[in-house]
Design a protein around this ligand. Structure first.
Ligand code: A3P
Length: 286
């Protein structure tokens, strides 16, 4: 376990992506007022937003998504790569993170940087994560689905418990600096999601641009885009023979994985942890 992961403020982070120097850099990093931060719990549509955001910001010019790998286009806050590339980004800069709210650095709080928080039904995030652990060689083997569900519910997975992550980003003092969107809304009506995002970022998008971005950010187009589909990553890190990063891209695949006993256990743990919360989930858990 310790070979693969480091523990940062109680959270499990993959050593392949983070080290103490890069995390220190992140804590000392100076946010700019026009920065935009994509925040997700793992497997909730992060890479999708790394495709969408640059296109919304530039009005649909495809150059960045056809020439720059997603991890340099919208870099991962807190990684060594972030420290290397962030100064080369043109403003407004788009970055991405799985950090909980309380681990964002002081300058994030004092800046006016905006946040797009994507939430996905945790049952589907769990299934997606299970397959991702099979293909990502730098992560622990997930074991059986039942074993992995236990780890997920106990928070012994990357970035901890789903409920803690959601609660953390629901209780912020960010006011209108944060926009919430769900993976499910994006699947159901991507053009509407694009209008929502462009409105939040005060960008006007023509209908033509919306159509173009919708096509470029479709599951199949992204799966075929070498700058987005991780085919540039050596097999020793991600093994596409085990599972594809662009696996299914659908809502509700959990139904093919959960037994009725697992569903009852999962629902009761999540519901209990969200008891008394002022926000409600956009989908039913059972
Ligand atoms: P599945 O494993 O359920 O297919 P993240 O980027 O946060 O790791 O999330 C990965 C999940 O988002 C995967 O889910 C992946 O297929 C899905 N995804 C990525 N791009 C997508 C798109 N354009 N449309 C629908 N789903 C997408």
């Amino acid at each position: 376990f310790e070979e693969m992961y480091l523990i940062y403020h109680g959270l499990v982070l993959p050593r392949q992506s983070y080290c103490s120097e890069s995390l220190r850099f992140a804590q000392e990093f100076t946010f700019k007022d026009d920065d935009i931060v994509v925040v997700t719990y793992p497997k909730s549509g992060t890479v999708w937003m790394q495709e969408i955001l640059p296109l919304v910001l530039n009005g649909g010019d495809l150059t960045p998504v056809l020439t720059i790998p997603n991890w340099d286009r919208v870099p991962w806050f807190g990684t060594p790569r972030f420290a290397l590339v962030v100064d080369q980004l043109a403003s407004p800069r788009a970055l991405v993170t799985h950090f909980p709210y309380h681990l964002m650095p002081p300058s994030f709080h004092t800046s006016k940087a905006k946040v797009i928080y994507i939430m996905r039904n945790p049952k589907d995030a769990l299934v997606s994560s299970f397959y991702f652990h099979q293909m990502a060689v730098f992560l622990e083997d997930p074991g059986t689905f039942d074993e992995f569900m236990d780890k997920f519910l106990e928070g012994r997975v990357l970035f901890g418990k789903w409920t803690d992550h959601v609660k953390s980003w629901r209780h912020t003092e960010l006011g209108d600096r944060i926009m919430y969107i769900t993976y499910e809304e994006m699947v159901q009506d991507l053009p509407a999601a694009l209008r929502h995002i462009s409105g939040f970022l005060s960008r006007n998008l023509s209908e033509e641009a919306i159509q173009k971005i919708t096509e470029q950010c479709s599951f199949n187009t992204m799966k075929a885009n070498a700058m987005s589909n991780f085919s540039l990553v050596p097999k020793i890190y991600m093994d596409p023979d085990k599972s594809s990063f662009f696996r299914k891209g659908v809502v509700g695949d959990w139904i093919n994985h959960f037994s009725s006993v697992q569903l009852a256990r999962f629902t009761s743990v999540i519901q209990k942890e969200l008891e008394g919360e002022s926000f409600s989930l956009p989908w039913s858990l059972d």
